[in-house]
Design a protein around this ligand. Structure first.
Ligand code: PNW
Length: 492
């Protein structure tokens, strides 16, 4: 068929031709009314996101900044841990990472080329307080002022995370890090200080990123800094100090920030997905989401630990006061959830009424072996937040995946698997917003490849490929995909 024939003319011709032929009438009307042979018929209004939906990308300080000894930054537990032989794949560390500390202007321009309207970054606590507490380091704070000014000049809203795991080493050495409530208090003081000095430019703060990752991996399995394997009692107390630190920080931010500043958190909620979407399994998944997040999101939202959590912990339960619980559950302005992988749940007759179902060996995952592909997680995560805790403002603070990206001879990276992953998750996210779930924005992890914690530089999560020898950033196919999603406000 000639390209010059317009969509409408083509419909008429097809219809006329079919009338004269013996084609069944049903097929005839199907073709002429929907015109499925034209590209214009692909992607309909039903895949649209709400007007004003905020599209963004995310990174975190230790993963991108480098410059670990510059302008008075103190050491963090990740500097120490990554320099211990055998802790990180290929003994990699964040000494240079993406050299974002020096290249932030270029990085704002790659955000601009995607046309994102928001950027989630984190402040490195040891840049601002090299010892964790005591005297602040103005030069450290200045970096974030410069970064934020650059973002605002480019019409990108800054969303600031206060703790993305780079605890000042001095606090680990002096008080045992999050094992001590002194760290909770020091965190609140630091958070209040940053909010006081940045809230003229930053309107959204997240206290802590992923309790469920840094506490579990850092203090129970030892896979992340500070690499401890605490016994259950001390471990549960550490969990308690992390949520207490969050609550005290919310209060400190409210006390010190300019009016209109909003505070929330960014948690890797354990998202329970019903094995089949029928009422009994949906109810089971809802109960399970409350119970399996008892130590973090549930106590933050409800101001109490669940009976089942305390009973299961027994003598190892955390020690706390009623006042602690009040601080922990200080009301938030919004909640952020990081969405990667689902926990499938089915209803049963056990005391709690649910069982989580293990992934079979054949379950597909991305380059990171833990990253099972379950797009429904991004539908059920926000739905549970809205239903269980009546959260009115939700952000997807991270979603993305690792892919075995290898540049072609011409340097292009055709990460079709990442595009597949994102398209499926965004389809489920759109399903949520179309049902009225109050998700206001989405931050894709990550703007560019970076230091992936214990996996070093082996697992790449970026929309931009980073050549670590030259620091060149190259947009992958997924960057072009995401740019189209943003431009059309729809799944593409
Ligand atoms: C999150 N897991 O970490 C972090 O917030 C990011 O810093 C990180 O780069 C990103 O997700 C990708 O990993 C996680 O083992 C680390 O389940 C590990 C797990 C989950 C999240």
């Amino acid at each position: 068929m000639s390209r010059k024939v317009s969509r409408r003319t083509f419909g008429k011709i097809a219809g006329a031709g079919a009338l004269a032929s013996t084609a069944p009438p049903a097929l005839n009307s199907f073709v002429s009314s929907q015109d499925l042979r034209t590209p214009e018929s692909i992607g309909t209004a039903s895949r649209q996101f709400p007007k004003g939906f905020l599209w963004g990308t995310a990174t975190a300080s230790y993963q991108v900044e480098g410059a670990v000894k510059e302008d008075g930054r103190g050491p963090s537990i990740w500097d120490t841990f990554s320099h211990m032989p055998g802790k990180v794949v290929n003994n990699a560390n964040g000494d240079v990472a993406d050299d974002h500390y020096h290249r932030y202007k270029e990085d704002v321009q790659i955000m601009k080329s995607l046309d994102v309207r928001a950027y989630r970054f984190s402040v490195a606590w040891p840049r601002v307080f090299p010892q964790g507490d005591g005297a602040p380091n103005p030069k450290g704070l200045d970096f974030y002022k410069r970064l934020v000014d650059e973002l605002l000049a480019n019409n990108i809203q800054p969303f600031c995370t206060l703790y993305h795991w780079d605890l000042p080493q001095s606090l680990q050495d002096r008080v045992g890090g999050w094992e001590s409530r002194d760290t909770s208090k020091a965190f609140a003081d630091y958070a209040g200080f940053v909010a006081e000095h940045l809230s003229d430019r930053v309107k959204h703060f997240f206290t802590i990123n992923e309790f469920g990752a840094f506490v579990e991996l850092g203090y129970r399995t030892g896979i992340h800094a500070p690499g401890l394997r605490l016994p259950p009692g001390r471990f549960n107390q550490t969990r308690h100090h992390a949520v207490l630190g969050h609550g005290l920080a919310v209060q400190a931010i409210r006390a010190k920030a300019k009016p209109g500043t909003k505070v929330g958190l960014a948690e890797n909620l354990n998202i329970c997905v019903p094995v089949i979407e029928t009422e009994p399994h949906i109810e089971a998944a809802t109960r399970a989401t409350r119970e399996l997040n008892a130590q973090y999101m549930t106590v933050i939202q409800e101001g109490k630990y669940t009976d089942a959590y305390l009973a299961a912990a027994g003598a190892n339960a955390p020690k706390f006061t009623p006042e602690d619980l009040k601080s922990i559950s200080t009301p938030l302005d919004f909640a952020g959830i990081n969405v990667y992988t689902p926990t499938y749940v089915r209803a049963d007759n056990s005391p709690l009424g649910f069982t989580s179902v293990h992934h079979p060996h054949s379950f597909p995952h991305m380059a990171s072996t833990w990253l099972f592909v379950g797009p429904e997680a991004i539908y059920w995560g926000p739905r549970h937040m809205a239903r269980i805790w009546n959260v009115k403002e939700i952000y997807i603070t991270e979603n993305g995946c690792s892919s075995a990206d290898i540049p072609g001879v011409d340097g292009t990276v055709d990460d079709t698997d990442r595009v597949m992953y994102l398209r499926n998750y965004l389809t489920q996210l759109q399903r949520a917003t179309s049902e009225g779930v109050p998700v206001r924005g989405y931050f894709l992890w990550s703007l560019m490849d970076n230091f992936e914690w214990a996996d070093g530089y082996t697992n790449r999560f970026g929309l931009h490929y980073v050549d670590y020898t030259t620091q060149k950033r190259t947009p992958k196919l997924s960057a072009a995909f995401y740019r189209e999603v943003i431009a059309r406000n729809t799944v593409t």
